[in-house]
Design a binder for this molecule. Structure first.
Ligand code: SF4
Length: 62
């Protein structure tokens, strides 16, 4: 699976990049992007990022 960030919603707070830095990174527009797949090793931190995002901009895709 791979996380998807809705850039219409993302406010660039950086929380997801702090919680799961191996998965999320900020792009040149100041929005978060998933830069790697969700794995067993980072799945819990991705879940925390999804739950913690203040604007619910992150979801999982297949
Ligand atoms: S936590 Fe949500 S609003 Fe904040 S940077 Fe990540 S996707 Fe954007």
């Amino acid at each position: 699976m791979r996380a998807y960030v809705d850039h219409e919603l993302c406010i660039g707070c950086g929380l997801c990049t702090s919680i799961a830095p191996d998965v999320f990174a900020m792009n040149a527009d100041g929005k978060a992007e998933a830069v790697s797949d969700t794995t067993d090793a980072n799945g819990e931190s991705v879940k925390q990022a999804i739950e913690g995002c203040p604007v619910a901009a992150i979801r999982e895709t297949e």
